[in-house]
Design a protein around this ligand. Structure first.
Ligand SMILES: NC(=O)c1ccc[n+]([C@@H]2O[C@H](COP(=O)([O-])OP(=O)(O)OC[C@H]3O[C@@H](n4cnc5c(N)ncnc54)[C@H](OP(=O)(O)O)[C@@H]3O)[C@@H](O)[C@H]2O)c1
Length: 264
């Protein structure tokens, strides 16, 4: 049996490494991240399971890094794309260095779109493919106030864009052999939190997140929230709320509360 080729971004630690280990028995790999030494160590480990592994170091916060990975995807043989690399960069917007905004949005949003775009022609030609993007529960946190969620304007915006992108793409690809899934984990015990100097009291393991995603694919889940028990009822309610906003707002006349005369 041929082994599908899986390209995993952010494979040098955490959730990306966990996907690779879970897929190792029956996949070959292209491993992407900046830390080439880590990727080489993981490649050695995966080869012991019989996998063929390419290591592709790239910085996905840069146009050059994205182009290098897109070029590899453009050869058309990748059947599984796990677009997972990301960083938190949590901070109030006013404290974010303007020069860093581009990096954060490029890595957490644009890179996913570019890599999926690059993977699609090969998958469509084969009428076969799996596209997984790793977003976050914080994609759904814009309305939340209070001390618990971190200061996250850019991160929440990028991950919300990724959720909308992957969900909409899934509908666009209906009727093809390509399945999509966006994964929205809560806190996960990985190096992610070291980067932002935060300790997380309750966290899932990276392995459980990857396991939930792969099980969710088998269940046909286009959205996977690893810790959510009654996912289908909650997502039905979300869809109903979105439909109410869409259908209620799609009118040519103003809502009555805006029809008062403006103060002179
Ligand atoms: N941990 C959580 O609580 C949590 C919760 C929800 C969602 N997530 C999401 O899960 C995904 C994976 O994170 P994780 O928790 O596994 O954290 P992690 O252990 O820090 O892994 C992040 C991965 O992304 C790679 N990466 C970071 N910046 C990169 C860049 N500029 N170019 C290429 N690769 C880069 C890192 O590799 P290099 O440093 O070697 O480049 C690493 O492999 C992220 O998208 C994150 O937003 C995490």
């Amino acid at each position: 049996m041929t082994r599908p080729l899986a390209l995993i971004t952010g494979a040098s630690s955490g959730i990306g490494t966990a996907y690779a280990r879970l897929l190792a028995a029956d996949s070959d790999f292209v491993l992407v991240a900046r830390r080439a030494d880590r990727l080489r160590d993981l490649a050695e480990e995966l080869r012991k399971d019989g996998a063929e592994v390419e290591v592709l170091p790239a910085d996905l916060a840069t146009r050059e890094g994205i182009a290098a990975v897109a070029e590899r995807l453009g050869t058309g043989d990748v059947r599984v794309l796990i677009s997972n690399a990301g960083v938190g960069g949590y901070a109030p917007l006013v404290d974010v260095d303007p020069a860093r905004i581009d990096d954060l949005l490029t890595l957490n949003a644009e890179a996913h779109v570019q890599l999926v775009r690059a993977a699609l022609p090969g998958m469509l030609a084969a009428d076969e493919g799996t596209i997984v993007t790793v977003a976050s529960l914080l994609a759904f946190s814009a309305g939340q106030t209070g001390p618990r969620p971190p200061r996250r304007t850019l991160y929440a915006a990028a991950k919300a864009a990724l959720v909308a992108f992957t969900r909409t793409l899934g509908h666009e690809l209906a009727g093809t052999g390509i399945r999509t899934q966006v994964v929205c984990p809560g806190p996960v015990a990985t190096e992610f939190h070291q980067g932002i100097g935060q300790t997380v009291p309750v966290a899932m393991t990276a392995e459980d997140v990857a396991r939930a995603s792969l099980a969710g694919l088998r269940l046909g889940e286009a959205i996977c929230v690893p810790g959510l028990e009654d996912q289908s009822a909650v997502l039905d309610a979300l869809l109903a709320a979105e439909s109410a906003v869409l259908s209620g707002g799609r009118r040519s006349d103003l809502a009555s509360r805006y029809r008062q005369p403006l103060p002179q």
